[in-house]
Design a protein around this ligand. Structure first.
Ligand code: MTE
Ligand code: MO
Length: 318
């Protein structure tokens, strides 16, 4: 049941392609890497090159009907501090990130842990497109047609134990590839976390593509998460480790400024950032004179996630 479509290989690329697979096999044997829940015959993987076409189905149930931002907006206006703090830095500088080979370590409170190739991580998951609202804590927003698969499906494969109350995501740490890590603007590596029930919510999405093609590096290739009811900083990019924990894990922005950024980071128009209002947002691409839009509770996803927070004081747990 491989549903992923590898791009047609041109003769000039065959050597590189063969070399890539050889190299992967060598790496696998040399490091004794584990494989998990391999599906017989499912050897297709998401193609490596940013921009390569993906095979996916549209998921209307989990998509908004708002008009999506352009590819240029989505890939040209980014927060990815590993590549600089300006919105244009990631697009200009993320070309230095090598997304293959790529390993992902699964650690902590789970029956199956180990270090896996990105191919082993992705192969069992059929891809779908979901058009999600994306709201940054800086009070701007976009609408993005992501391609990916439910985070719950990935996490379940590793059989989290009953002690797994949270999950933490860690971004790559490599200052040679990520020039922003040579500065102390944040604690590196970037870490983020979720309560396990948040991570298992059907909206929580592992993203590998946008507009039907492999994700550009600046959007968090080769895999990132997106939690559309939370501020964008919860959606860690270029993930190399997923750890199941018993205690609430640290998250980078809360380490950096605990009075401004919390662990939950649910989009909430009623709770302002200490330095600005969260009541409205600027929609990217709306133009200079466009009216600001009202921000919706849980970014418009209240029906699907509000029950996760019953009894929790969202003013204290911001
Ligand atoms: N590793 C890492 N992940 C990150 C960030 C970052 O700086 N580093 N920025 C976050 C913030 S603040 C936002 S708004 C989103 C931006 O995602 P996008 O560039 O795909 O829109 O990524 C989040 N994930
Ligand atoms: Mo953000």
């Amino acid at each position: 049941m491989p549903r992923l479509n590898l791009p047609r290989i041109r003769p000039s690329e065959i050597t590189a392609e063969r070399y890539f697979h050889m190299r992967r096999d060598l790496l696998t044997t040399a490091l004794g890497l584990a494989t998990v829940a391999a599906i017989p015959g499912a050897k297709a993987a998401v193609p490596a090159a940013p921009g390569a076409p993906l095979t996916y189905t549209r998921n209307a149930k989990y998509s908004v009907t708002d008009k999506a931002n352009s590819f240029e907006e989505i890939s040209g206006y980014n927060n990815y501090y590993e590549f600089g703090t300006d919105k244009s830095d990631p697009a200009a500088r993320a070309g230095s990130l090598r997304t293959r080979p790529w390993m992902v370590t699964i650690a902590g409170e789970a029956a199956k842990t180990g270090t896996f190739t990105i191919e082993d991580i992705l192969a069992p998951h059929p891809l779908e497109e979901r058009i999600y609202r994306h709201r940054c804590v800086e009070a701007w927003s976009m609408v993005i047609p992501w391609v990916g698969f439910p985070l719950a499906d990935l996490l379940r494969r590793f059989q989290p134990t009953s002690r797994a109350k949270y999950v933490q995501f860690t971004t790559l740490l490599d200052a040679r590839q990520m020039p922003g890590q040579r500065s102390g603007v944040l604690d590196w590596p970037y870490v983020e976390g979720l309560r396990i029930d948040e991570a298992m919510n059907p909206l929580a999405f592992v993203v590998v593509g946008v507009y039907g093609r492999v994700l550009p590096n600046q959007n968090g290739a080769p895999l990132r998460v997106h939690l559309p009811w939370k501020y964008g900083f919860k959606s860690a990019k270029s993930i190399v480790q997923i750890r199941f924990t018993e205690r609430q894990p640290a998250n980078t922005w809360a380490i950096s400024a605990p009075n401004e950024y919390g662990f939950y980071a649910n989009v909430n128009p009623q709770v302002d950032h200490p330095r600005w209002s969260q009541a409205t947002e600027r929609h990217i691409g709306g133009g200079f004179f466009a009216a600001r839009q009202p921000t919706l509770m849980f970014n418009g996803y209240a029906d699907q996630v509000a029950s996760l927070y019953q009894g929790l004081d969202l003013r204290r747990n911001f």
